[in-house]
Ligand binder design. Sequence first.
Ligand code: CP
Ligand code: NVA
Length: 307
Amino acid sequence: MGSGPIRHFLRFDDFSRDELQHVFARARLIKDRFKRYEFYQPLRDRTLAMLFEKASTRTRVSFEAGMYQMGGSVIHITTGDSQLGRAEPIEDTARVISRMVDLVMIRTFEQARLEQFAAHSRVPVINGLTNEYHPCQILADIFTFIEHRGPIAGRTVAWIGDANNMAYTWLQAAQLLGFRVNVSTPPGYGLDAKFAPAGPHLAVFESPLQAARGADLVTTDVWTSMGFEAENEQRRRAFADWRVDDRVMAAAKADALFMHCLPAHRGEEVTNEVIEGPQSVVWDEAENRLHAQKALMEYLLLGRDVT
Ligand code: CP
Ligand code: NVA
């Protein structure tokens, strides 16, 4: 992508509003072509390495299928089956892998570890989820919102549940794209101000019902994210009232959408009725990981020099 510094997508706000608009527009076009079975292979001879230090279904399949569909190839690496599992430093791993491939996607624990990799990489690095952020998911979620309801600027998203990687990325996106997030978390599990600076894009509420009032989109996530399994039992008790059910959806606008990044735990953070109900767009959301990330990879590798 030109001769400037390497561009990474480690946080949602690594891209400007204009760049994001470009990526959303390309995702639309790439999706339409795909639905028409049109060949679009601008990434022939390009290789993506995917490094997973946590489990995945959607992220793996969407990146892997997306890269193959665009004519490239993919290498799947996990901690356990690589030298990372035997304590090879992440910096050395970055220097080696990035001499052999064109693009890297990483799912790991601390954002700092991802940044350490990126600092030693010769090629663009994509955040495939860290403890702090999940920017690829929010890219797909906002693309999904736009498909169903038009621009997200000026809208209200209700976040019910854990102050986790998804919540913090929604907040980053809200600040950048001009929408608002109403957050309700259980006592003791509130937002960390380091990742959630105050501003007109953020409002905090005591109860899920209050947060959902008037929202255009209601969204939630698991009570216990990957890497925090030891807190599972304690979290089950603390989060028992932070469930998206029919009452919460009824507090939102009549045409509010429901989203969940998945995997979901029905009966915990969301009821079966809501996730399977008419307002739920979770399957579109999952599918859009594919289209949005194809646009992302295209942008990181080819810039705007595309057809
Ligand atoms: N939503 C999401 O990132 O799913 P996976 O953990 O299956 O990749
Ligand atoms: N917050 C969840 C998202 C999973 C896609 C986690 O980090 O486990």
